[in-house]
Design a protein around this ligand. Structure first.
Ligand code: AMP
Ligand code: MG
Length: 493
């Protein structure tokens, strides 16, 4: 298209010709741009200034394919709720191509909801506007919290209805990711015994995400080690902000270490390790506290795909891979504790810090205290302002005993003045997360009444999670208990 410059450089399309099906997006009736992420567009160096509104809408609804894009549906497999599905793939998504961003990092640009592909199975290839705006809100919230995540570049409505339990307005999301390589991508080829393709895929992945391993003695074991390290760090960050992914199938776990696929996800409110929000997670497989265990399980599935590349002798390959997978838990615990220490306002490591954090979480659990607000109000306590924290507890006896220990531990770092501590804690313990009731309200207004104003207000709030102001205050409040108790999110359709 004239005037538009996206400098695509499509290594996946070029280097892995047998790993996808080329496919154009299916045009839609009446494209309308409803969300555009200008800061992200700037970061990507996209030159869209000369595009008028209808041209932008046409691009981000899939009616106009930008010059240099080579749209394709990627093949992948995956374990869904523990059961292996040998062929999933992009049923309603298309990779447009890759760009190099302002920091020199390669990023995928992809559509979601752009029509059926060879991998669509029974699906319609489409997406409803609510779930696409949910992905925007939650992924922007995660990004603002400093958690690796895919980003949302745009949402365009299609002017067409999609058939779900009811008719809903359709939309296309444009997603940006470090890559769309998943554990399930490797599983697709492993399940077919196609070692040659696996090797090509692993070498491509190493060149893209772990270039320091090029030419290493054990590059594939190194890849496994790096993916384990990235996921241990990622899931620890989830746990420290109370994020529940909701559908940690192996096709929804990236090799890059970014959070991907915002379906039935949610932030926890009253702290409960057993919390499940997803309407399809009947057995609580992906409950909050299970997430590290599930990550390790998924990584073991990833390790299995790499075995033929790790060593010719299969016993030796298993022994080497097992050792790496066994290291997940230690790395996860280390990352978790490092994060907890910072949340507690502590700078040095001491032996009892883990117990101090655990006992704090037990208190929140026992008293059904809001996870996000409790951490935030603990920062006020570091400033000598106790009332807001105490107000979160119906009974403060346990809290008081714990605070004595915490104050003593803080005093052991006497060189950091209380005010610095409170400030540091407010810079890491968010005031505003994408709260479930706020998200639902915003999506309902957009979907039912075509009113994006609540979405825009919530988006602005979650993009400044640490700011405390009158404007932020309503978004910091938990939902009335009755709303939270029955909360369910529905799979990202
Ligand atoms: P997800 O639950 O979004 O991770 O998707 C799981 C699989 O189902 C992927 O292969 C998707 O491409 C496919 N899928 C989900 N929704 C649709 C749809 N409406 N049309 C076609 N494929 C879909
Ligand atoms: Mg998925």
């Amino acid at each position: 298209m004239a005037g538009m410059a996206i400098a695509f450089d499509n290594t996946f399309a070029r280097e892995l010709p047998n790993f996808y099906v080329a496919r154009l997006p299916s045009p839609v009736r009446a494209p309308r741009l409803r969300f555009f992420n200008q800061p992200l567009a700037d970061e990507l160096g996209l030159d869209l200034a000369s595009q008028d509104e209808s041209a932008m809408a046409a691009i981000f609804a899939g009616n106009t394919v930008p010059d240099g894009a080579e749209p394709l549906a990627q093949a992948y497999a995956g374990h869904q709720f523990g059961g292996f599905v040998p062929q999933l793939g992009d049923g309603r998504a298309l990779l447009l191509g890759e760009v190099i961003d302002r920091h020199g990092n390669r990023r995928d640009i992809a559509y979601k909801g752009s029509g059926r592909t060879e991998f669509a199975r029974g699906g319609d290839g489409r997406a409803a506007v609510g779930p696409m705006l949910r992905e925007v809100l939650v992924s922007e919230s995660m990004h603002a919290l400093g958690i690796p995540t895919t980003r949302a570049l745009a949402v365009a409505t299609t002017g067409e209805d999609v058939h779900r339990e009811q008719l809903l307005p359709g939309a296309v999301l444009t997603r940006v990711a470090a890559s769309h390589l998943r554990v399930g991508t490797f599983q697709f080829y492993a399940a077919r015994g196609d070692v040659d393709s696996l090797s090509k895929l692993a070498l491509y992945t190493i060149a893209r995400h772990d270039p320091e391993l090029v030419g290493a003695a054990q590059p594939f074991l190194g890849l496994l080690r790096n993916v384990v390290a990235r996921q241990a760090a990622l899931v620890a960050q989830w746990m420290n902000v109370g994020f529940i992914h909701g559908v940690m199938n192996t096709d929804n776990m990236t090799i890059s270490g970014e959070t991907i696929d915002y379906g039935p996800c949610a932030f926890i409110e009253a702290y409960d390790p057993a919390a499940v929000f997803s309407s399809i997670d009947h057995h609580g497989r992906y409950a909050f506290a299970n997430q590290p265990r599930i990550a390790a399980w998924n990584l073991a599935r990833f390790a299995e795909t790499l075995l033929p590349l790790i060593a010719d002798d299969s016993d030796q390959a298993v022994a080497l891979a097992t050792e790496v997978i066994a290291g997940f838990d230690t790395q996860y615990q280390r990352c978790l504790l490092r994060g907890q220490r910072a949340k507690l306002g502590l700078r040095r490591a001491e032996a009892d810090d883990g117990a101090l954090a655990d006992d704090w979480l037990s208190l929140l659990h026992a008293h059904h205290v809001d996870f996000t607000l409790a951490w935030r109000r603990l920062a006020d306590t570091a400033d000598g302002i106790d009332a807001p924290l105490r107000a979160l507890f119906a009974d403060v006896q346990g809290l008081e005993a714990w605070l004595v220990r915490w104050h003593a531990r803080c005093a052991s770092e006497a060189d950091s003045a209380p005010n610095d501590r409170a400030q540091a804690m407010r810079g890491i313990n968010p005031l505003v997360i994408a709260r479930n009731h706020r998200v639902e309200d915003a999506l309902a207004a957009a979907s039912d009444n075509d009113d994006l104003a609540p979405f825009d207000r919530l988006l602005a709030a979650v993009r400044q999670p640490y700011a405390e102001s009158a404007a932020q205050a309503p978004f910091a409040e938990p939902a009335p208990a009755a709303v939270t108790a029955g909360y369910r999110t529905f799979c990202g359709t």
